[in-house]
Design a protein around this ligand. Sequence first.
Ligand code: FES
Length: 86
Amino acid sequence: MARIVSGNDGQEADLTDGDQIKDSCEELGVPFNCRKGICGTCLIEVEDGMENLEEKNDREVDMGLSGNQRLACQCRIKSGIVKIKY
Ligand code: FES
């Protein structure tokens, strides 16, 4: 089981191990636009559980994100809990 927790307001969304996190993040209020890793609208900060996400993909690396930043439209969760802020 995997879970995304919003550091903004404490809301939670459960998902399946290995899922993309975008739908859960949208449910929690993260804004989206292109959904292709281009615009940066879905930028999130991972407050806890970065190790529970798959490695940054090429689009995230190309955007030059700092250590705890991710693009919610590009991430997959391995399992466990990831706390985000946006
Ligand atoms: S929605 Fe555009 S980069 Fe994620």
